[in-house]
Design a protein around this ligand. Structure first.
Ligand code: GDP
Length: 396
């Protein structure tokens, strides 16, 4: 098992967890320890957290990247009379005659949510070298893996799959996201990769169980949500569709976690090859009855932009992605790109890759959907199965 315990930036925590479930924690932002989770909206819930963010003004809410904010924002567009902050002055002179005031409820929820902060746990799985770390860094404009040491081939042969965690606080316009990226180094590296999915399954189950135990415990106020909200599964571009290890992994986890398949290093494929590869992957996902995350249908009240983005997201699955840590100047803009002797591939250019659609889905439009599905579908299944196994309930 690799051992890392290091401080990258203020508020960053690295944990190392081995297959048996032992783990070490280094928290360097004591405030984060007390942030509690509201399962419904993935919100931290503590007076300390509220104090920490009490100065956030409601105007910060608009323009934030959370889907909660987007939903409310779009609802706000349909209700021009709705005041911008609960208890604040009403925008329209006719407001009091027309409304009792319940139109302000979304604003109240929104303000509370921003005060508490958001939590998102993302697992990345795939053979080493497929660009997982580079993609995570590109998605969140960070460098989460600076101290990573790559094992040599002899180490890889003897290596078992472990689970590592990196936590990072991201603050944008007063909106606070506590992001945890869970990695599975060693996955697919051994000569025999039979059962290399076990470490990830064990981790996902372990976090579900911890949450369940906390829920039935005395101190429900201090529950921290470490359940995996999304698993980005990286598929190699160098094959002909899925490999047995891909099918085994996704089958083992598809009832436990939201799986989002990504076609790695898409710059190594021509557009036609990308289309064929995507079609092959989707047909195999269908053939093996693998359950991947389904992007929900839009509601009629959603903004046109949101509807358009959702359509593009649905069309892009599995996302053909490109990652890069190099920033270059292109037409007066600084962009992340991969520079080759024959040309430059821009990470965020939709005609070069689906990176933008993946980022939109993960962060800007469907983060709350992923969290919601984890709590109300996947965790609920886990909880029911676990209750059914409980000997005290067997005779009920
Ligand atoms: P990981 O082991 O899956 O985390 O992979 P890394 O992110 O460490 O990337 C392994 C190598 O692939 C590095 O040399 C990266 O620069 C390169 N790489 C990362 N993303 C891409 C990509 O989208 N396309 C190409 N061609 N190379 C990439």
């Amino acid at each position: 098992m690799d051992k890392h315990s290091d401080t990258i930036t203020i508020g960053l925590q690295i944990e190392d967890i081995d297959f048996q479930g032992k783990f070490s924690v280094t928290l360097n932002d004591s405030g984060m320890e007390s942030l509690l989770r509201d399962p419904d909206t993935s919100l931290c819930d503590s007076t300390e957290a509220e104090d920490k963010y009490e100065n956030i003004h409601s105007s910060h809410i608009f323009g934030s990247s959370s889907s909660l904010a987007e939903e409310t924002h779009s609802a706000n567009d349909k209700s021009p009379l709705r005041p911008k902050s609960p208890g604040g002055s009403f925008d329209s002179p006719g407001f009091l005659e027309k409304y009792v005031g319940i139109v302000t409820l979304p604003n109240q929820v929104q303000q509370k949510a921003v005060k508490r902060g958001f939590v998102f746990n993302l697992m990345v799985v795939g053979e080493s070298g497929l660009g997982k770390s580079t993609l995570v860094n590109s998605l969140f404009h960070t460098n989460l893996y600076m101290d990573r040491c790559m094992p040599g081939v002899s180490e890889k042969i003897a290596r078992t799959v472990s689970v590592t965690k990196n936590t990072l606080d991201i603050v944008e316009e007063g909106v606070n996201l506590r992001l945890t990226v869970i990695d599975t180094p060693g996955f697919g590296d051994a000569i025999n990769n039979h059962e290399s999915w076990k470490a990830a399954v064990h981790y996902v189950d372990q976090e579900m169980e911890k949450y369940r135990k906390n829920e039935i415990g005395l101190n429900r106020k201090n529950i921290t949500d470490n359940r995996v909200h999304c698993c980005l599964y990286f598929i190699s571009p160098h094959g002909h569709g899925l490999k047995p290890i891909d099918v085994n992994f996704m089958k083992a986890l598809d009832q436990k976690v939201n799986i989002v398949p990504v076609l790695a290093k898409a710059d190594s494929l021509t557009p036609k090859e990308t289309r064929n590869m995507k079609a092959k992957i989707l047909s195999e996902i269908d053939k093996f009855k693998i359950r991947i995350f389904q992007v929900s249908e839009c509601d009629t009240y959603n903004e046109d932009l949101f509807k358009q983005q959702t359509l593009e997201i649905k069309r892009s699955i599995p996302f053909a992605v490109i990652g890069s840590s190099t920033v270059v100047e292109r037409n007066g803009r600084r962009v992340r790109a991969r520079v080759y002797p024959w040309g430059t591939v821009e990470v965020e250019n939709p005609s070069h890759s689906d990176f933008v659609h993946l980022r939109n889905m993960l962060i800007r439009t469907h983060m709350q959907d992923l969290i919601h599905t984890t709590h109300y579908v996947l965790y609920e299944n886990y909880r029911i199965n676990s209750l059914c196994r409980n000997p005290f309930l067997e005779n009920v």
